[in-house]
Design a protein around this ligand. Structure first.
Ligand code: NAD
Length: 269
């Protein structure tokens, strides 16, 4: 048994799943010990490297998460909210660090992670990149420094397959802006205006989602006042930034006390 942590990737065939498998396989800080897909998926039972169209990696795709988690020290999970809730219970049972990149979880689903986090480390973030987590801190600072003469709008763009809006990252940025202003996001959020909406309400935080092509992820936080505008922008051009952040989180979580953490903890921002 080596001290290098063993990692399981869920959602193996997904855009992020495949990027995570490449990142872990190329890393000398972690070992790929399991990959999980949905029951009935045509990758089940195949070597994951070959299923991805490359050389064999010596790891077969399974639809039995608990068996896979039992071999591992961490699970990296970029799938879908219902699947993530199921994996949280199983990862806690196996005492694995559970890194959650899945977005689009409801308040109830997030609250339902609490029992698992009493037994294991959960690191959850709507965006695992260093750049976006810095942008979150900057957004909080700028929002705290400006008054409500500055209208705040969060504008995000993603590829046409994305199923949730606004993006998890846009919501993180909106939360940061609200926190900086000392208000509750749910009291001021104005999502996707359409029709005769009336004039913009002072203090609102607006959200707008662009969907198209292969956009990996683009986020602007606009602070617009009469006579001047500030735009904070992050452009992701490669999913590898999310995979590298998730691996960092899986390694950081080793030996930490059970509980819920985010990338601000991992990156020490
Ligand atoms: P995708 O649709 O390409 O992949 C999702 C994968 O999950 C699919 O392979 C699907 O089969 C699998 N899956 C679904 N239910 C499952 C189950 N019960 N068991 C096993 N596998 C299951 O999507 P994607 O673009 O890879 O994104 C996945 C999630 O990650 C989305 O919520 C997305 O918003 C989020 N995301 C987060 C970050 C971040 O930094 N936090 C970055 C990119 C994407």
């Amino acid at each position: 048994m080596t001290h290098i942590p063993g990692i399981v990737i869920t959602g193996a065939s997904g855009r992020m799943g495949q990027m995570l498998i490449k990142t872990i396989s190329d890393s000398d800080q972690a070992r790929l010990v399991g990959v999980v897909e949905r029951t009935g998926h045509d990758w089940i039972g195949r070597d994951v490297g070959e299923a991805m169209g490359g050389p064999a990696l010596g790891v077969a795709v399974t639809d039995d998460p608990l068996e896979a988690f039992a071999q591992a020290q961490a699970v990296i999970d970029f799938t879908a909210p219902e699947a993530t809730l199921e994996f949280a219970a199983l990862a806690a049972q196996a005492r694995c660090v559970h890194v959650i990149g899945t977005t689009g979880m409801t308040e109830e689903q997030i609250a339902a992670l609490e029992p698992a986090s009493r037994h294991a480390v959960i690191v959850r973030a709507g965006n695992m990149s260093l750049g976006v987590n810095l942008l979150v801190q900057l957004t909080k600072k700028v929002a705290a420094a400006l008054d409500e003469d500055f209208d705040i709008e969060v504008i995000e763009g993603h590829h046409h397959h994305k199923v949730d809006a606004p993006s998890g990252t846009a919501l993180m940025l909106g939360e940061a802006a609200a926190e900086g202003r000392g208000v509750k996001l749910s009291d001021v959020a104005d999502r996707g205006r359409d029709g005769i909406t009336g004039a913009r309400k002072r203090g609102d935080i607006g959200f707008h989602a662009i969907r198209g092509g292969d956009i990996v992820g683009e986020h602007d936080v606009l602070f617009a006042a009469p006579g001047e505008r500030i735009v904070l922008r992050h452009l992701a051009t490669d999913r590898a930034i999310f995979a590298r952040g998730a691996l960092k989180a899986a390694l950081w979580g080793q030996g930490k006390a059970p509980g819920q953490y985010d990338m601000v903890d991992v990156l020490g921002l």
